[in-house]
Design a protein around this ligand. Structure first.
Ligand SMILES: Nc1ncnc2c1ncn2[C@@H]1O[C@H](COP(=O)(O)OP(=O)(O)OP(=O)(O)O)[C@@H](O)[C@H]1O
Ligand SMILES: [Mg+2]
Length: 442
């Protein structure tokens, strides 16, 4: 699989109704279904909390031409089950259906099924309306306006098509950095790759998640002083999470536009962070960012495994010393049993050090795996950048260590990122190598 298949934004063909993910997987082509001039009626599901909502909406729907009221449901579970079976075109949803979790439910319906969702509010309330619109609702309508406005609103929403047609739905890639030994440089590389990507991609494209829950260092590497982090998020988390809630826990590294979810501020707070929370966080981030870079600790704890399970690519960071290579062998054997081979990539840090006589070629031969990226050693730049809290890709973008990070970022993004304008990048071998790599030639 080409790991740089790039910023995957779901671009659907313009047709009356987008294919359901299941059909899309089978390659089935859907044709016209519901907009004006389409033969089949639009399938609408009503998800209500009060009988009053049903009394207000159902008679309008049954009278509307071109509308088929498929079902009325009264709980989120029932709704999700029905959607999976019936593939409706529109859900008219009570804002109270899932209590405080309705925004999260909308986010899921939009992200997973690409559904148009119209939300019924008990009364006019701008703040709540904004919250649902941000979660991805196509529109909101107070109950008092249903009689006057619902038919036209339904036509408008159906004409606009699925949310993916109005605004591209982000399905980001999760890239997990895992070091085969403590201190091998995992955090430094993950942070610099994240900054490199964020600096050259559009704003709000990249998020760095620090899963070193006891000794997370990314705020220090980026000179950030977080008040919010994974532990404060865990204290607020009640089982449901949507982007609206997560957003306030993301820090901004303004020099690069990178978003950062920091690790707990003290080691004893690490235990607040559950595997389930990490799974939810990564799911939500995937729908909002093109790339989610995850820094992990050397310890294979449950939360690290949750990230590895969710990863599109796992970058195994190792170095030219026997202990790191032996661990790489152990880790690779384990990961190869757990994950498809194309998910795994080897990154060699401090690749130009030759203290023990080991060479990168010997490492490749021993591990029977190609090294995807070689990052040279630069002690002075690494230390200055850590001490000043300025990533070296920003401090010295032309330095060999930074250029090696840009090459790795380019492989991840599937497009050149921050590379120096040289014969290599303007048409020569690096670009060819990049394309070759993406095509699986290397
Ligand atoms: N390419 C490099 N050149 C020079 N020094 C480096 C390089 N990569 C990492 N270092 C140094 O190695 C040290 C450890 O780096 P880092 O904290 O990123 O490692 P880590 O694998 O994340 O460690 P931990 O296991 O504690 O999480 C840092 O002090 C950094 O300066
Ligand atoms: Mg680290």
């Amino acid at each position: 699989m080409a790991w740089g298949a790039s910023v995957r934004q779901v671009a659907l063909p313009v047709e009356c109704r987008p294919p359901h993910p299941k059909e899309a997987r089978k390659g089935a082509q859907r044709t016209a279904t519901f907009t004006e001039g389409c033969a089949m009626p639009a399938r609408v599901v009503l998800a209500i909390h009060h009988e009053q909502e049903q009394l207000a909406v159902a008679p309008i729907l049954t009278k509307m031409p071109g509308i088929d009221l498929v079902a009325t449901v009264t709980s989120p579970g029932e709704l999700e089950q029905l959607i999976a079976q019936q593939l409706p075109d529109l859900v008219i949803l009570s804002s109270e259906l899932a209590g405080g979790a309705t925004a999260g439910l909308i986010e899921r319906l939009v992200a997973r099924y690409r559904l148009a969702v119209l939300v019924l509010l008990p009364a006019e309330d701008l703040r709540t309306a904004r919250r649902f619109l941000k979660a991805g609702a196509a529109d909101v309508l107070p109950l008092s306006s249903v009689a006057d406005e619902l038919p036209e609103l339904i036509q408008t929403v159906l004409r606009q098509g699925a949310p993916a047609l109005r605004s591209p739905l982000q399905v980001g890639r999760i890239i997990v950095f895992y070091g085969t030994k403590g201190g091998v440089g995992t955090s430094l590389l993950a942070t610099n790759v994240a900054v490199a990507l964020a600096r050259y991609l559009p704003p709000e494209s990249v998020c760095l998640v620090d899963l070193d829950l006891q000794f997370g260092a990314t705020p220090m590497l980026l000179n950030l002083q977080p008040k919010m982090n994974l532990a404060t998020l865990a204290q607020r988390f009640q089982g449901e999470l949507d982007f609206e809630m997560l957003r306030s826990f993301l820090l901004l590294h303004s020099e690069s536009n990178l978003r950062v979810l920091a690790a707990p501020s003290r080691p004893e707070l690490a235990e607040l962070v559950t595997t389930y929370l990490i799974e939810r966080v990564l799911q939500v981030l995937k729908n909002h960012f093109a790339f989610i870079i995850v820094d992990t600790p050397n310890l294979l704890q449950d939360t690290t495994l949750a990230a590895l399970d969710a990863a599109d690519h796992i970058l195994i960071v190792t170095a030219l010393d026997l202990l790191a290579i032996r661990n790489a062998e152990i880790v690779l054997t384990m990961f190869q049993k757990l994950y498809p081979a194309e998910r795994l990539r080897l990154v060699l840090n401090r690749s130009n050090t030759r203290f023990g006589g080991l060479t990168p070629e010997q490492v490749e031969e021993h591990l029977r795996m190609t090294i995807a990226a070689r990052i040279p050693s630069d002690g002075q730049l690494a230390v200055t950048s850590i001490n000043e809290g300025v990533p070296f890709v920003l401090q010295a973008p032309d330095a060999p260590i930074s250029q090696a990070i840009f090459q790795l970022a380019s492989l991840i993004a599937g497009q050149p990122i921050g590379l120096r304008e040289t014969a290599e990048t303007t048409g020569g071998s690096l670009f060819r190598r990049l394309v070759g790599y993406l095509l699986g030639e290397e």
